[in-house]
Design a protein around this ligand. Structure first.
Ligand SMILES: C[S@@+](CC[C@H](N)C(=O)[O-])C[C@H]1O[C@@H](n2cnc3c(N)ncnc32)[C@H](O)[C@@H]1O
Length: 224
């Protein structure tokens, strides 16, 4: 039985057309290397003002922290994690949990830009990240799971793992977490499940919330 984690609204995109001609952006992309093709709030902040949905965009650093947390967990090492990434532009990707994500942020950005441009990351014999040509709702229908849980600080507070997951890997769960800095799920995403759960009285960073959810699942199922 598996825990399927879907990281939604990831701030992962190439520099959009609306701002590509901005002189500051042109200066930064002159050397044409992959990492510089990715929108990154830390570099492009001053040019991003006009973009819609701004608080969810240009944050590959949050995706990086989340992927390192999920893929380095005992859950992942035990083979019981399935991982998907959904971007602010509604692109969906499946991540093979055997991938070794670059620890170095710049190398990670290069990998993500390559993914967005080419649609997949592979070695000679292993597909590591692949594009899924489906909507989120269609993906959820295709996964056999007994429960879909959305995590949000606006949800019903649970205080321990018993309230969240059954013991002993008896059920398949899908958990959906926001991979963004501020704001809440759009209605389209909120409507994907009736079960919205909070795991803290506080607004947590995405990677902290993800780590806690995975930790609860590991404790429930004796994955150490
Ligand atoms: C930085 S938060 C987004 C900010 C938003 N104000 C919030 O607290 O949900 C990123 C993601 O972390 C998860 N998260 C943060 N705090 C949480 C909490 N107290 N309970 C459950 N999930 C939480 C949610 O999935 C959220 O979309």
């Amino acid at each position: 039985m598996t825990l399927t984690v879907i990281l939604v609204d990831c701030g992962l995109e190439l520099i959009p057309k609306e701002i590509i001609n901005n002189p500051a952006i042109q200066k930064s992309i002159k050397n044409r290397s992959y990492p510089l093709k990715l929108l990154d709030n830390a570099l492009h902040h001053t040019s991003m003002g006009k973009l819609k949905n701004l608080t969810k965009r240009g944050r590959p650093d949050i995706v990086h922290a989340c992927l390192l947390n999920a893929l380095g967990s005992p859950l992942s090492k035990s083979g019981n994690l399935k991982l998907y990434m959904h971007t602010v532009n509604n692109k969906l990707y499946k991540i093979n949990t055997e991938i070794k994500i670059a620890r170095n942020y710049n190398r990670f950005k290069g990998l993500m830009a390559k993914l967005l441009i080419e649609g997949e990351i592979r070695t000679e014999d292993l597909l590591l990240i692949s594009r899924i040509e489906k909507k989120l709702s269609e993906l959820l229908k295709s996964i056999s799971s007994e429960e879909i849980i959305l995590f949000s600080s606006k949800g019903k507070l649970v205080k321990n793992h018993f309230e969240l997951f059954d013991k002993n890997l008896t059920k398949n769960y899908v958990v959906i977490l926001g991979c963004f800095q501020k704001g809440y799920f759009s209605d389209d995403i909120s409507n994907l499940s009736n079960k919205i759960v909070s795991i803290s009285r506080y607004h947590l960073d995405a990677w902290v919330a993800l780590s806690k959810v995975i930790g609860y699942y590991e404790i429930s199922n004796d994955i150490v």
